[in-house]
Design a protein around this ligand. Structure first.
Ligand SMILES: *Cc1c(COP(=O)(O)O)cnc(C)c1O
Length: 385
């Protein structure tokens, strides 16, 4: 653990390294300012004010109002909250929820739970590049539809959905619209003032912040009942003493990531394109998964015909190169990823998929070294099979 000397980390969709500035900013909130932000004395009040300043920074990143930002424990909680809230508060209006087939498990497994509770779920199909077609969403809407949830950007293949069009369809039909923007926030521009979005989920550890903290954007006036009951924190919407140091870290990471968003996206996409072209042109029988245009800047997902990517990943690890197959969350099970299955890949091509997600600290030398290793390992594996 902790060996950073020569290691090549290319799994930024799983998590990112915490910015050194973020650690420095957080530290005083762990030992000097350990007070409870709900306490009435000065130290508590100051912390409360600090949290509100961070709320303003986070809101600014998506053109929202500070009071529309609610701190949570991360992407999973924000996703669960939106779905469970809609089911609870709108079940009198209807019991139909629409989502996509390629969502993160934080959405899909909550949907399965709601199905067991008697809700009706529609999992929208996606095309070969992973896009939800607006016309397909439009057709799925029923009079009893209470929520539409489609992710902003996919964590495996990086596809950026036509969120504005999808949100407009939801708005036109007076249906609440949620988007899981965990992979997108602070990586691509998001503007809730010009995009009809009612709820949006974010997680700090996907943009240089600490793990276990995130937020939910909830448009002003949108019904939202608590997921956790207890104290009156977060205007009575989310109980529990705030993760002060974590929130401070998230605010600092957001500031840094938003400030450098265009620059980092440019760097990451040029390294990604370089690696993509080398893999597709120099290694035979390979295929790009996802869109070649509308995808997250640092995301590359390629399949190697006839290769078991679990073996390839293990071989790369011996060279201190860290990549993944499907998502980190599904690496324990050997079943092909639901995302790759949904874009029409055969089991064989899905099991041969490698996800390489590049961050702003990666270099051209690292990318070329990674390519050379992939090429020689793929060649080796194909020779023995
Ligand atoms: C990582 C991730 C989540 C889960 O966020 P956590 O903060 O790790 O709970 C949800 N959705 C997507 C798209 C993700 O990439």
């Amino acid at each position: 653990m902790g060996a950073t000397y020569k290691m090549i980390y290319l799994d930024h969709a799983a998590t990112t390294a915490v910015y050194p500035e973020v650690i420095r900013e957080m530290t005083p909130y762990l030992h000097d300012y350990y007070y409870n932000p709900s306490s009435s004395y000065k130290e508590g009040r100051l912390l409360h004010k600090k949290l509100d300043q961070i709320r303003t920074v986070l809101a600014g990143g998506i053109h929202a109002k500070p009071q529309e930002i609610i701190f949570t424990s991360g992407g999973t909680e924000s996703d669960n909250w939106v779905l469970v809230n809609a089911a609870r508060s709108l079940c009198g209006k209807g019991r139909h929820i629409i989502t996509s087939a390629i969502e993160h498990h934080a959405i899909l497994h909550t949907c399965h739970f709601l199905e067991n509770c008697g809700f009706d779920l529609t999992y929208l199909p996606v095309n070969r590049e992973g896009f939800v077609a607006p016309a397909v969403l439009e057709k799925a809407i029923r009079p009893d539809t209470i929520l539409i949830s489609v992710m902003y950007a996919n964590n495996e293949i990086g596809t950026l959905q036509p969120i504005r069009e999808l949100g407009q369809i939801a708005q036109k039909n007076s249906i609440l619209f949620h988007t899981d923007a965990v992979q997108a926030y602070a990586h691509v521009p998001i503007d809730v003032s010009s995009t009809p979005i009612d709820f949006l989920s974010v997680s700090a550890h996907k943009f240089g912040g600490p793990k276990g903290v995130g937020f939910l954007y909830a448009k002003e006036g949108t019904p939202l009942s608590p997921l956790l009951y207890g104290g009156a924190q977060e205007q009575g919407r989310r109980a529990g003493t705030e993760n002060v140091a974590g929130i401070v870290g998230m605010g600092c990471a957001a500031q840094l990531s938003l400030e450098h968003m265009t620059e980092y996206a440019g760097q990451e996409s040029s390294l990604r394109d370089h690696l993509m072209h080398r893999i597709l042109s120099e290694i035979p029988m390979t295929r790009l998964n996802g869109s070649s245009q509308k995808r997250l800047p640092g995301n590359l997902n390629v399949s190697f015909y006839g290769i078991d990517s679990a073996t390839l990943i293990a071989m790369l690890e011996t060279k201190d190169i860290y990549v993944s197959g499907g998502s980190a969350c599904s690496s324990a099970d050997q079943a092909p990823s639901h995302v790759l299955h949904s874009i029409g890949l055969s089991d064989e091509m899905a099991l041969g998929a490698l996800r390489i997600t590049i961050g702003h600290e990666n270099t051209m030398e690292e990318i070329n070294e990674t390519f050379e290793n992939i090429r020689s390992f793929v060649q080796k594996l194909r020779q023995i099979s």
